[in-house]
Design a protein around this ligand. Structure first.
Ligand SMILES: Nc1ncnc2c1ncn2[C@@H]1O[C@H](COP(=O)(O)OP(=O)(O)OP(=O)(O)O)[C@@H](O)[C@H]1O
Ligand SMILES: [Mg+2]
Length: 395
């Protein structure tokens, strides 16, 4: 297993997460449309890659990422492009199974719109002008998967919705959700085409803002939790053992507890710095060296990893009250163990943001900055790594 930091992983670099994978597989088997929900950098894309690389019998996965798409047409175009270009489609095309009457025209039309190399020779009859969305739906309806299932993975789906909202306004964003809901629940596709969506910004807060919760109420939402301490230990060991680092279990747990929110990404950063300390100061790694490795995580050279969080946050915050509220809130939270809900409310009032702050707060929870304390009376930073980073570089 290589220590890949920053990009989504696949193949043997994927640290298995059997519980969440099992839940997703079960939901898919039961015919659900699934939304994978987790804060930034928790491993959503890696999970999608893992599923595509390891299909169950009869499953064909197609991966699409729609982060930069900002229109309804653009969205269906991207999906069509990925479906037509997929291995599954190519295989079916070669055996001639998918080609039915009129289907070639359709492929031709879509391929003209999406501009991908076609499967085999096709006539140049462009047929009638229909929307890419209708063409794409027809394409899916006509696909003969011989009893198999096409599972379309849409990464950064929520960004697309947000982009459409920003560029074209609320009505268009709702129209997009409406059209996609129709596609997902198209009776002709039942049992043979399913979707697994995800996004790095919260779907629920966004849909609430659109007053369109009813448009997503049939999605099966699956949370991707942080790793358990045992899982994190296991991952950490796999990463450091191959570098001949000597560290006992107690010290591994000690250093992992310092992170407090056990995402693979943070475990990997820490492993990288432990290896660095091992190389400069030697093994065994004791608690003092572990502390040094933890401090090194905040070195300038790791800044880019954290900027990814902050860039996303900055992009979404409206300048003015929302921006000021969030910054003061996170500054305060970074300097105390927990921040009382009453104080959060007071801050919103102070910044003239009291009637809107709840949705913003929900996004911060979703983004992985904060979570509610067990008794529900306060908020706290999710991860001491993010907390320290915020204090050092932003606050
Ligand atoms: N199961 C895993 N095995 C190994 N590394 C992982 C795993 N999950 C996540 N990672 C690590 O965490 C980082 C983030 O993973 P990934 O890009 O899959 O997350 P994401 O939730 O899609 O992030 P984003 O919200 O930014 O799109 C990767 O660079 C990878 O190093
Ligand atoms: Mg991702």
């Amino acid at each position: 297993m290589r220590n890949i930091i920053g990009q989504a992983v696949s193949g043997s670099d994927f640290f298995d997460r059997p519980q969440v994978i099992k839940r997703i597989r079960r939901a898919i088997r039961n015919g659900n449309q699934v939304y994978l929900s987790a804060p930034r950098r928790v491993g959503k894309t890696s999970i999608m890659h893992h599923l595509s690389d390891n299909p169950e019998p009869g499953e064909h996965y197609v991966y699409a990422i729609t982060q930069s798409v900002d229109s309804l047409d653009g969205f269906y175009k991207e999906l069509a492009k990925q479906v037509i270009g997929s291995d599954a489609f190519g295989r079916l095309g070669r055996t001639g199974k998918t080609i039915k009457n009129g289907f070639t025209d359709l492929l031709q039309r879509i391929s003209l719109k999406v501009n991908v190399p076609m499967v085999g020779e096709l006539s140049l009859d462009k047929g009638t002008q229909t929307s890419i969305q209708t063409d794409f739906t027809t394409l899916l309806e006509e696909l003969d998967l011989e009893g198999g299932k096409l599972i379309i993975l849409v990464d950064e789906f929520t960004e697309t919705l947000d982009n459409i909202l920003i560029k074209h306004g609320k009505q268009e964003a709702k129209r997009f959700l409406q059209s996609f809901r129709e596609l997902m629940h198209n009776r002709k596709l039942t049992g043979h085409v399913q979707f697994l969506l995800t996004g790095s910004i919260g779907l629920q807060p966004l849909v609430k803002k659109l007053e369109a919760t009813d448009l997503i109420n049939q999605l099966n939402i699956i949370d991707v939790p942080a790793l358990t301490e045992d899982e994190a230990c296991h991952l950490f060991r796999q990463l450091v053992d191959q570098e001949d680092v000597t560290i006992d279990d107690e010290t591994v747990r000690y250093i992992l507890r310092k992170i407090d929110w056990l995402m693979p990404f943070h475990v990997q950063l820490l492993a990288l710095e432990v290896i660095d300390v091992h190389e400069s100061a030697g093994s065994p790694i004791d608690q003092r060296k572990a502390d040094k490795a933890f401090d090194q995580v905040f070195h300038q050279r790791n800044k880019i990893y954290f900027e990814q969080y902050y860039d996303r946050l900055k992009k979404r915050l409206e300048l003015g009250p929302e921006y000021q509220f969030v910054h003061e809130l996170l500054n305060r939270a970074a300097n105390v163990p927990t921040l009382d809900k009453a104080i959060v409310h007071d801050l919103a009032v102070k910044h003239a943001f009291a009637d809107q702050y709840k949705a913003t707060l929900e996004s911060l929870l979703y983004d992985g900055y904060l979570h509610e304390t067990a008794d529900g009376s306060a908020y706290r930073f999710n991860s001491s790594i993010l907390k320290t980073w915020w204090k050092k570089y932003v606050g």
